[in-house]
Design a protein around this ligand. Structure first.
Ligand code: GLA
Length: 652
């Protein structure tokens, strides 16, 4: 017995000495493949800042480190092989302005392991040394500290692991599978899209009845005003109606498998854009690489993909269709206006009228872009001092939507006082008021002077509330979730616009890439924008729509929330750390609710009737899957993945 006991002790001692003898290596973070990091700007710096300078914080230079830029994330697989991780973190001294502010954080095993305070440019660094011995995958994050990510050059200086087993390796972002939730529409006819549309008396009316189902399909309409006619084969209603009024029209779509009816109110009166515009815009995909062919291809794809059958109808050309003053490029340069002062197009857009006619022949509408300054943001000719003439020109071409972008007016405006901010928008409002065409007026000045408070006053049908969106989580979430409080300014005819959609293939130039939003993030993006009653302008190359993107854009119950005739924008009714609940009252008395998880990890959210101000039994419907989830008494609980959403509609 004693012998056995001694052997056990001996084996234990041998084991222990093995552990002790096991060497501990120091592995520098900068020796790993840091190119797997995602950065808000610049390049991952190996022993350098994100701008390529030696890593320097608060006057001290560090030989080793990883230079990055918020919002940044880097995943490292440790597989339990590392003991400790330490570093010194701060903003690089190459930032000379005071706006750089960041927070560093480290996650592992579903938990926050360490978080810095808010670190400012020029402030001393923070140091940490944490135990990572049980961690499988570590996530190093740097986020802006609530003031955007401008100048957030962040350094992980002297960062190293103490490693006793498996060596750390960086890994790509872990992205969930893209699951299609939207059920397919049946082959029998279904009519979708807005339930109300507005037109001014005597102005051209164009409405393509959005209907899914097998073709051929026949359309009919009862109760159309006398000035409008329907093409029974295409379902396109057009014409002019002089007599103001609300015309209650009954639409019918019929194919071999059956028929479907739906009511459409045609409101002939002062107001247009009675529901948020739905369409496409060229900027987020092509930026200045836009051409007439690409615009027409987008219009064709809108029809051929089937998206137009769900209500999408604007095809909007953004910047870069005009002549670029002083450009040597024979395609872009040349005379900016003709002898009579009419604005000319560049050679990529040889015939704007013909393009507009072609788009209209499909039953779609066409939009254009300009600005109140001498030039556009991209340096092309704009409307300054030619507003009346340009508005008349747009109308003559058959333009239905004008995005009017402040940008270069910056050098004309004396300051950012309210009268100066409003002035150019009033001038164009008056010019548009003189043309005999309905042109949706979209103000783009990034929210200056709280434009939501006066956008409707200058006849804006929508106004951008923010700077430009990009296709990453931090940009989309910061813009989307910052819309709280704007809801009281939205309503039929005038909408807050938190910028265009970044799903599908985007890229702002000739080269495109799939959106960098994960599938859950894309569900969040579309759900939130639908709840916000935002104009929905698809920003991707329409000719490269994949099934998942089509799924996001063709869910009729999601579109119905956005297009609801009551025209209410959702309010944030609950904010608990990373969880948010937004609710939008709908015309039929039901409520659309988005339950969002902005955090790094999956979590439960409880929606209480008391938070919604309702009581009694309610039926909950999952909007994305279009399935009822049951009847609930006082509350509804859901598990929401990180960056995901549960979008429901609550019925009495
Ligand atoms: C600004 C706008 C963008 C786009 C570009 C075009 O940045 O905010 O949406 O229109 O100009 O140059």
């Amino acid at each position: 017995m004693n012998r056995i006991y001694s052997i056990v002790i001996l084996l234990f001692i041998i084991g222990l000495s093995r552990v002790n003898a096991q060497s501990i290596d120091t592995i520098w973070l900068s020796s790993l493949d840091i190119n797997k990091a995602s950065l808000g700007w610049g390049q991952p710096g190996q022993n350098k800042s994100c701008q390529g300078n030696p890593i320097t914080i608060n006057g001290i230079q560090y030989a080793s480190g990883f230079g990055t830029h918020a919002n940044s994330s880097l995943y490292i697989s440790l597989k339990g092989g590392s003991q400790r991780f330490s570093a010194i973190v701060g903003i690089d001294d190459e930032v000379k302005v005071s706006i750089g502010t960041v927070v560093f954080s480290i996650y592992g095993a579903g938990q926050l392991l360490w978080k810095s305070n808010i670190i400012k440019a020029g402030s001393p660094p923070e140091k940490f040394d944490i135990n990572v011995s049980r961690i499988d995958t570590l996530l190093l994050k740097v986020d802006g500290a609530g003031d955007g990510n401008g100048w957030d050059h962040a350094d992980w200086a002297n960062a190293y692991f103490l490693v006793s087993g498996t060596k750390p390796v960086t890994v790509g972002r872990i992205i969930e599978e893209a699951v299609i939730l939207t059920p397919k529409n049946p082959p029998s006819p279904q009519i979708h899209g807005p339930k109300i549309t507005g037109v001014r008396p005597g102005h051209d009316f164009l409405f393509r009845i959005p209907a899914t189902g097998n073709r051929p399909m026949e359309f009919s309409a009862k109760g159309l005003p006398a000035g409008l006619k329907l093409d029974e084969k295409s379902g396109i209603i057009s014409g002019n109606e002089n007599i103001p009024g609300r015309y209650e029209v009954e639409l019918t779509a019929t194919n071999k498998l059956g028929s479907c009816k739906r009511k459409l109110t045609i409101a002939v009166g002062d107001q247009i854009a009675l529901t948020p515009p739905l369409g496409w815009n060229s900027w987020n995909c092509f930026a200045c690489a836009v051409t007439q062919e690409k615009v027409f291809a987008a219009a064709d794809a809108m029809i051929n993909s089937g998206l137009a059958d769900h209500g999408w109808n604007y095809i909007n050309i953004d910047d870069c269709w005009m002549v670029k003053p002083d450009s040597d490029d024979p395609i872009l340069g040349g005379k900016v206006r003709d002898e009579a002062g009419n604005m000319l197009t560049n050679k990529k857009f040889p015939d704007m009228k013909a393009l507009a006619d072609k788009v209209h022949s499909r039953g779609l509408k066409i939009g254009i872009y300009s600005g109140p300054g001498p030039k556009t943001c991209a340096g092309y000719e704009a409307c300054f001092m030619h507003e009346n003439q340009d508005a008349a020109q747009f109308a003559k071409w058959g333009i239905d939507y004008l995005k009017y972008d402040w940008c270069d007016y910056e050098k004309i405006a004396k300051d950012h006082s309210l009268p100066e901010l409003k002035k150019p928008y009033v001038t164009m409002m008056e010019a548009l008021g003189k043309v005999d065409r309905d042109i949706v007026y979209s103000l783009c000045q990034y929210g200056m002077g709280d434009v939501w408070e006066w956008g409707a006053e200058v006849n804006g049908n929508c106004w951008r509330t923010t700077g430009d969106i990009t296709d990453d989580w931090s940009s989309m979430e910061e813009i989307g979730f910052n819309q709280a409080g704007h809801e009281k300014y939205a309503g039929p005819g005038h909408w807050n616009d938190p910028d265009m959609l970044v799903v599908g293939k985007v890229g702002w130039g000739p080269d495109l890439h799939p959106t960098r939003l994960s599938p859950y993030e894309q569900y969040t993006h579309i759900s939130l924008w639908a709840l916000l009653a935002s104009p929905l302008l698809i920003g991707c190359d329409m000719t490269q729509l994949d099934d998942f993107t089509f799924n996001l854009l063709s869910n009729d119950e999601v579109i119905d929330i956005n297009q609801d005739p009551l025209g209410k924008q959702a309010s944030r009714i609950l904010q608990l750390e990373n969880m948010e609940i937004w609710a939008k009252p709908l015309e039929d008395g039901s409520i659309a609710v988005g339950m969002f998880n902005r955090g790094m990890f999956g979590s439960k959210i409880v929606l209480k009737w008391s938070d919604l101000g309702i009581s009694g039994k309610r039926t909950i419907r999952d909007v994305w899957t279009q399935k009822n989830l049951g009847v609930f008494d006082t509350r509804f609980e859901a598990s929401i993945p990180s960056h995901g959403v549960k979008l429901v509609r609550i019925y009495r």
